[in-house]
Design a protein around this ligand. Structure first.
Ligand code: ADP
Ligand code: MG
Length: 203
């Protein structure tokens, strides 16, 4: 990364089509705003299936990890997975994900702030809303599960995407935005969040 100070960390977030249909745009954005994060880029678009596949496969490990998570979810609920090959599972997940993510507009965003990748994942909750903590976006606003997705042959509807690591964030930001679309600006509250001496308050 260009700027190495931790307050300059960036992450990629997308409000998925169900998040927009549920009228949660304002709610989701306000959760990131209120913790002190800064929005540095945003746009609304309907992605193509090719674009969605490229997004999810930016990380060469994603196919294996996603397949393994799904197989574990079968085992955890005492069911036999239909295959033990994580790559085979992920092929199915990816097809369903493309249908999900191209079903309507999404809002792509880049958020900036200290520990933003970790913080945003914490605010978003875990992949399966059924297991997401109360107080997280997925835990508070939706109820989907691996079981529902598997039963109906569709992607888990969990409202939002957020990068899983700083490395993933860097790749995803490049995939969705040009350098010119990322706005470098100062937010007045950063004086309080990050200023070393707090010497600009008293007159
Ligand atoms: P996250 O979005 O929490 O980072 P993943 O990167 O593992 O989760 O998966 C990407 C998205 O694909 C998930 O948010 C979810 O919408 C969908 N998904 C993942 N695994 C499955 C699955 N086994 N069945 C249905 N949908 C899935
Ligand atoms: Mg992910």
């Amino acid at each position: 990364m260009k700027n190495s100070h931790p307050k300059k960390e960036r992450t990629f977030v997308a409000i998925k089509p169900d998040g927009i249909q549920r009228s949660l745009i304002g709610e989701i954005i306000s959760r990131f705003e209120r913790v002190g994060l800064k929005l540095v880029a945003t746009k609304m678009l309907v992605p193509t299936a090719e674009f969605v596949e490229a997004h999810y496969t930016l990380d060469p490990e994603w196919r294996r990890i996603t397949g393994e998570k799904n197989i574990k979810s079968y085992v955890d609920r005492g069911e036999k997975p239909w295959t033990t090959d994580p790559y085979e599972v992920t092929e199915r997940v990816l097809k369903n994900l493309k249908d999900y993510m191209t079903s309507g507009p999404v809002i792509a965003m880049v958020w900036e702030g200290a520990h933003v990748v970790e913080l945003v994942r914490k605010l978003v909750g875990s992949t399966e809303p059924r297991k997401s903590d109360v107080g997280t976006i997925r835990g508070d606003f939706v109820l989907d599960s691996y079981m529902m997705g598997d039963t109906d042959g569709r992607a888990i509807r969990n409202l939002i995407h957020a990068s899983g690591s700083p490395d993933e964030a860097e790749k995803e930001i490049k995939h969705w935005f040009t350098e010119k679309e990322l706005i470098n600006y100062r937010l007045v509250q950063e004086e309080i969040l990050y200023d070393v001496n707090l010497d600009g308050i008293l007159e």
